[in-house]
Unconditional design. Structure first.
Length: 407
């Protein structure tokens, strides 16, 4: 992987950072609007949820700076330790021992004192670090099904299997999606990935049918999609009502009505509906546009990373943030069944926002070493050589497609 180097953040991708910070501020404003009535009714303090989220954001921003100022090769060097610890914590959740909390049919949370967090959010980034290291280290063996692809995929399957056993199918599906995208970025054969998707999909469907809670969710989604029965899915119905009530321009900041105990989880998984109600179609399109820009910057950072490790790591982080965002948007508009996946940087909850801000720190670190200004300082030929040393082979189909995306 090479030695860690001193980082100069002057060349980091600040377009990415500005987009992220804008979403964080919008999230805080929407959480304040969505929770003030509820917090006043429950705690007699209308700002409690806002203060809690603000503390989590501050923690996340501090960690973002720490990660951004530490060479990503250092974090890759610790990837085995991060992965191993994550698997141990996920396995502990299955014991239902002290500190394990079960909510919404899933035993996915730990509560230590006043702090409630979901380990799978951090585990997902530990897996991204692990895959970025393994897929480059063993890239010459990826065409070998047994001693290459399946050997690495076993690490994915171990983590996804633990998340499935916690009955968190949404988190498991998201983890599998991000992992498969990283395999795709590493140019594993599409036929192998397609066979993996079919196998995993069949297994997941069988597990869902054996679990009454998950089966009910799936039936409700199918019924809503094809039968349009009144009251079949109250949460989705209220989400769509909120989006429709917002119209084109919205009801204005604080002007939404869904927060008055009409829309469950309005400040968390369904905060995108709150944004639609208060800021209208313009607001929702604006949010999705910001996520598209974040993904474009992430692709650019991956394309210009100084080595294959940085390229796959940036690709994995970008895939994770983008998958979270667009799956959440699909859920609140009824295109996917309810998954419990929050909207990155916007939704209330500490684990996800801290994990995603750490991911942004990794992207900023990689970009600070590969920005064209940085490349110019060390010489254009050196920069060109960097681009050729990657997990994405020079001149490949994916490289050409990324070039078209960037330029």
């Amino acid at each position: 992987m090479g030695k860690a180097r001193k980082i100069d953040l002057a060349h980091a991708d600040y377009t990415l950072l500005i987009c992220v910070l804008f979403l964080v501020v919008l999230g805080l404003a929407t959480i304040w609007s969505a929770t003030s009535y509820r917090a006043d009714q429950i705690f007699g303090d209308s700002s409690k949820y806002l203060r809690d989220q603000l503390l989590r954001v501050m923690i996340g921003l501090v960690l973002l700076v720490v990660v951004a100022r530490t060479d990503y090769r250092t974090w890759l060097g610790l990837s085995y330790s991060f992965y191993g610890f994550s698997v141990l914590v996920l396995a502990y959740l299955l014991t239902h021992g002290p500190f394990v909390v079960t909510q919404y049919g899933a035993s996915s949370w730990l509560k230590i004192g006043p702090v409630l967090f979901q380990p799978s959010d951090f585990a997902r980034y530990a897996l991204i670090l692990m895959l970025a290291r393994l897929l480059v280290k063993y890239r010459d063996k990826l065409d070998n099904l047994i001693h290459g692809y399946l050997m690495i995929f076993a690490f994915v399957l171990a983590m996804v299997g633990l998340i499935v056993l916690e009955h968190d199918m949404g988190g498991a599906a998201l983890t599998m999606l991000v992992a498969l995208l990283m395999f795709y970025f590493a140019e594993v054969q599409v036929s192998v990935l397609a066979a993996t998707v079919l196998s995993m999909g069949t297994g997941a469907l069988g597990f869902i049918m054996l679990n009454p809670y998950m089966r009910k969710r799936l039936v409700l989604f199918i019924g809503t999609a094809f039968n349009h029965q009144e009251g079949l899915n109250y949460q989705l119905k209220q989400s769509l009502v909120a989006l429709a009530h917002g119209g084109f321009w919205g009801q204005g900041a604080g002007g939404g009505h869904a927060k008055y105990n009409f829309l469950p989880m309005a400040h968390n998984d369904f905060i995108f509906s709150m944004i639609g109600e208060e800021y209208g179609l313009i607001g929702t399109i604006g949010v999705l546009t910001l996520f598209v820009i974040i993904m474009q910057r992430g692709i650019r950072i991956a394309r210009h990373a100084p080595d294959g490790y940085g390229r796959l790591l940036a690709g994995g982080v970008t895939a994770c943030i983008g998958s979270y965002a667009f799956i959440n948007a699909a859920v609140v508009t009824g295109l996917l069944p309810t998954t419990g996946i929050p909207m990155p940087f916007l939704s209330y909850g500490g684990t996800a926002i801290v994990a995603h801000l750490i991911g942004v720190g990794l992207l900023l670190n990689i970009s600070s070493q590969a920005d064209p200004a940085y490349a110019k300082a060390v010489g254009w030929k050196t920069y060109q050589a960097r681009l050729s040393r990657s997990a994405f082979q020079a001149g490949s189909y994916l490289s050409r497609r990324l070039d078209r995306t960037i330029h």
